[in-house]
Design a protein. Structure first.
Lengths: 292, 365
């Protein structure tokens, strides 16, 4: 990274310097171009959603229930809260199960056939289309309970979240140097304390990122909610009732004939994106203060 | 180290507090609506009931309007309806995960037999017309397409817009030399059922080769998901012809064609034309009937019912009574919300028969 101009006095420029500089420009240019191409769609999506959605957003959008189709106004308050509740329910189930499984895989049973089997299933689970998870939960929970519910929706989302959390956490735990654990043992720490107070804090940053990725992944899921959370035009009275969710609301609005609902769909999409970004920012903020 | 831990805990506690606030808002939000609290105990104002329904996406806009108005008449009943598709609605009713279903296609005998809760009633609730939409540059709105011509277009036998058979019904219109591309619904839908039943009724070749159903093997063309998908396919490619629900065509200014009805009159798709189909057709006692190509001067031939489906025997007496009351309102006063949303009213001649049918519902375990 030396600037050739500063060193011109002491270092003779190689004979092919011009060619090398040219090559450098070309390659740097290509890298920048590739980055731009990668980033452009992201900003186009964001920009377009903001452009289309911002106009329909006002206070009542956050406080009111959806208006009947064909009518302007109304809000998606129940869907926003519904999505938060679904994220909450799925996190309560998914995050502990995911992190504890990862601790087991990384700290207690790294190489047994069981661990390998779990790793393999996790990878398979990660690749399963989310609607199939929805069907499984529908058969196992909804049919058994006899009705759609926020619980069923949360379980479906948790199943989708768990593999992401397991894989991210396990990788982070594996990155913690073994010498740290040995040092703890040398000081007389029992294993559980080593895991809890040495290994987990050391890997916290990566684990939280992994968890947030898992949460963000499920926040926008539509397919697994269709036949589990089902959707609700009203507030839900309990988590054993059908519950509204932003992705479901967006889907319904998009398929309708009316322009008022199309505008609402864009606005709801914007809210969903902001929600996911906010989740990511909260995680980053939490990490930054930890490292300070 | 300790300070660090304390600091991190603070952040964690902060995050948890934020979550707690959100949850509190959520819970208080649920409570504050008032109209739908508590389904177990009877209160002074009567029992609060929430009915869950699912099915036809075609019905969704009308139903959301009706169910937003109904609590003004009867504040004790709230209705949550989700447009998951006619087929899924039938499946959910059959699995008894919902209180009522809605479908644009009548249930088949084997579907009726598979239902877990016994005999299912078909209650006609509204009518829809399907518009034949097209995008041909330079060609005016509302061109005339004869039934046999439509069938042969979708069969792939008429391949170009300058075909003399199209021009024959449209004197004075100059059709370009442009290949015909057909668009259809790729998802299983009641609209498909109406269109394919119509094509089967006018073309023996269609009936034999393709038949009718919520999803069939289309002889060609492109598929689109839902009305928006088909509309997009039509608008993107000049020369494309397809079919969409009339409400969608009207709301989105899509060009559609006139069709020739059984009486030989040219008619544009209209709400009146759909209502006339129901008035003109012979409707059996169980109401499971397709009314395409019905006789009558004003009939628009590609029309059909949409039905609410419910079990004749309602195990939950409270919910069952609430549901029947709701349905009675929907076929009487509720019909007034149809036309502003581009749905056709049920003809008066049918309302009495539907009331009678609702009277056969039984309650209790």
């Amino acid at each position: 990274m030396m600037d050739p101009a500063d060193n011109a006095v002491t270092i003779d420029l190689p004979s092919n310097y011009a060619v090398r500089r040219y090559k450098d420009w070309v390659m740097s240019g290509l890298l920048i171009l590739a980055t731009l191409i990668a980033v452009t769609p992201l900003f186009m999506v964001l920009g377009y959603v903001v452009l289309k959605g911002a106009t329909a957003i006002n206070l009542s959008f956050f406080t009111e229930l959806p208006k009947p189709f064909g009518e302007v106004g109304g809000g998606v308050a129940n869907a926003i809260v519904g999505t938060l509740i679904l994220i909450f329910v799925s996190s309560i189930i998914g995050i502990p199960v995911g992190i504890l499984s990862a601790i087991y895989l990384s700290e207690y049973d790294r190489h047994s056939w069981l661990a390998n089997a779990v790793r393999f299933t996790t990878d398979v689970l990660m690749g399963i289309p989310s609607i199939i998870v929805g069907i499984v939960v529908y058969t196992a929970l909804v049919l058994a309970m006899g009705n759609f519910s926020a619980i069923a929706g949360g379980v479906a989302l948790a199943i989708i979240m768990i593999p992401t959390v397991i894989r991210a956490t396990e990788e982070m735990l594996n990155l913690v140097p073994y010498s740290l654990r040995e040092a703890a043992y040398a000081l007389g720490f029992p294993k559980w304390r080593t895991v809890l107070q040495i290994v987990l804090p050391a890997a916290a940053k990566g684990i939280i990122t992994g968890v947030m990725l898992g949460v963000a992944r499920v926040a926008g899921e539509t397919a697994p909610l269709l036949f589990t959370a089902f959707g609700n035009s009203y507030w839900s009275r309990s988590i054993t009732e059908p519950i509204a969710a932003l992705p479901l609301q967006i889907f319904n609005y998009t398929m309708s004939p009316y322009k008022a609902q199309h505008a609402q769909a864009w606005a709801a999409a914007l809210i969903l994106i902001v929600l996911v970004i906010a989740l990511n920012l909260i995680a980053r903020f939490a990490l930054r203060s930890k490292n300070a | 180290m300790l300070a660090k831990l304390a600091k991190r805990n603070k952040v964690l506690i902060g995050a948890l507090a934020l979550l707690a606030i959100v949850m509190t808002i959520a819970v208080s939000g649920c409570g504050s609506t008032g109209t739908n609290t508590g389904n177990s105990v009877g209160t002074a104002s009567g029992k609060q009931v929430m009915l869950n329904g699912a099915g036809s996406t075609f019905d969704l806009p009308l139903f959301t309007k009706m169910f937003a108005e109904y609590p003004k008449v009867n504040p004790n009943i709230n209705v949550n309806y989700q447009g998951v598709g006619s087929g899924a609605g039938i499946q959910q009713l059959s699995d008894m995960t919902i209180d009522f279903g809605a479908s644009d296609a009548p249930m088949k005998d084997e579907q009726m037999a598979a239902a877990k809760g016994g005999k299912i009633l078909h209650i006609p609730i509204t009518l829809g017309a399907v518009a034949i939409a097209y995008n041909v540059p330079g060609v005016p709105k509302k061109i005339k397409i004869a039934p046999d011509v439509l069938a042969d277009i979708f069969l792939g036998k008429i391949k170009n817009w300058n075909d003399p058979r199209i021009a024959a019904d449209n004197p004075g219109v100059k059709f370009p030399d442009l290949a015909i591309n057909t668009a259809h619904r790729s998802d299983g839908s009641g609209t498909n059922y109406i269109v394919t039943t119509y094509l089967s009724s006018i073309s023996p070749e269609w009936k034999e080769k393709i038949g009718s159903g919520t999803s069939v093997n289309w002889p060609g063309g492109v598929g689109g998901k839902g009305n928006p998908g088909v509309a997009q396919a039509i608008q993107q490619t000049p020369g494309t012809i397809g079919y969409i629900e009339l409400a969608y065509a009207i709301q989105n200014n899509i060009t559609y064609a006139q069709m020739k009805n059984k009486d030989g009159k040219w008619v544009s798709p209209s709400l009146e034309g759909a209502s006339e189909s129901a008035a003109g057709a012979t409707i059996p006692d169980d109401m499971r009937v397709m009314i395409v190509n019905a006789p009558g001067e004003k009939v628009y031939p590609i029309s059909g019912f949409s039905w609410v489906l419910l079990y004749q025997h309602q195990k939950d007496k409270t919910k069952g009574k609430a549901l029947v009351e709701l349905l009675k309102w929907m076929v009487h006063d509720g019909q007034n919300y149809s036309e502003s949303l581009d749905y056709a009213k049920l003809p008066q001649s049918m309302v009495g028969r539907i009331d009678k049918m609702l009277g056969t519902v039984t309650y209790g375990s």
